[in-house]
Design a protein around this ligand. Structure first.
Ligand code: ATR
Length: 286
């Protein structure tokens, strides 16, 4: 095992993640593994930044030449006004989770949705075109995912939400990119029966509420792909019951790994060591 601080010298480039809270984040161990694996001289830490310190943080990034920053809850929206440029995808989603610092010029990206789609294609559904997609939930996570999925030529994307207004608003935002439809949760069972891909983007079933699930057992048809953004637990009740019904399941860890991998690629211009990154996060969850 490497000694702490090994390889850090006067050329080491700084990276980090900001959030409030932040001490639970798995990003530092994952990205530091990526730097070690690729031999890049970088170090990645976690910064606990409260809302009132965002502007000071940005000044610090510029002053110290921090090359890359990941942004998590609750700053994904409010960080945008501090940046010099926003990537069109991040602008459409309305959230930034990755900042690239090019000699003091800061650009914001959103790698969550693209990271999700990459993970889904690699692990469970190589081709999304022509598929009927059902997204459960219409919050921040759903926005990024619907945006990215809409670029994959699905037959349609149905968004089901407890609060239908939010599903309708989300469907409207991306209606130029794909066939989008909003429904209330009372039509969820019917929608499950018609979908090729069902995705849970809500927190229903997340630790410690592991007995909760957003759908009834047997609602989703055999052979469908069933996906959950939750990765604690790695296999939720939603996924367990879908597997018992003969569905192919896809957990949330891959999205986390790939959003970090795409950020790494923006910062370094090099392909990310995705396998090693996943292995490190997996080991830390046990
Ligand atoms: P995130 O950024 O993780 O998406 P969010 O923006 O707070 O978090 O969105 C949470 C989503 O989970 C919403 O779609 C929410 O439904 P509402 O819009 O009706 O609030 C959904 N959600 C959370 N808890 C839920 C529950 N117990 N039952 C059904 N939906 C729930």
């Amino acid at each position: 095992a490497a000694e702490a601080g090994e390889g850090i010298d006067s050329h080491t480039v700084l990276y980090g993640v900001i959030g409030d809270p932040i001490r639970h984040s798995k990003s530092p161990i994952m990205l530091n593994r990526a730097f070690r694996e690729t031999g890049i001289n970088g170090v990645y830490t976690a910064f606990h930044i409260t809302e009132d310190k965002l502007a000071d943080f940005i000044a610090g990034v510029k002053a110290m030449g921090i090359r890359g920053v990941n942004v998590t809850i609750p700053h994904k929206l409010n960080i945008m006004k501090h940046l010099d440029e926003i990537d069109p995808g991040a602008l459409a989603i309305g959230a930034v989770n990755t900042i690239v610092n090019d000699n003091g010029r800061l650009t914001g990206y959103n790698t969550d949705g693209v990271g999700y789609v990459r993970s889904l294609k690699e692990e469970a559904m190589p081709d999304i075109s022509g598929k009927r997609v059902l997204v459960i939930g219409a919050g921040g996570a759903a926005r990024g995912i619907v945006y990215a999925l809409a670029g994959e030529r699905p037959e349609r994307i149905t968004i089901a939400n407890r609060t239908i207004d939010k599903a309708e608003e989300l469907a409207r935002s991306f209606s130029s990119r794909a066939e989008l439809q909003a429904i209330a949760n009372d039509r969820l069972q019917e929608a499950c029966g018609e979908a090729d891909l069902v995705i849970n983007t809500t927190s229903v079933g997340m630790y410690p509420n592991v007995q909760d699930t957003p759908v009834g057992k047997g609602w989703i048809r055999e052979g469908a792909v069933v996906s959950d953004l939750i990765y604690n637990p790695l296999v939720t009740r939603f996924l367990k019951e879908a597997e018992e019904s003969g569905c192919r399941i896809h957990g949330g860890l891959g999205m986390f790994v790939h959003q970090g991998a795409i950020a790494f690629e923006y910062w370094t211009g090099r392909p990310a060591p995705v396998h090693a990154m996943r292995e490190t996060v997996m080991a830390s969850l046990k």
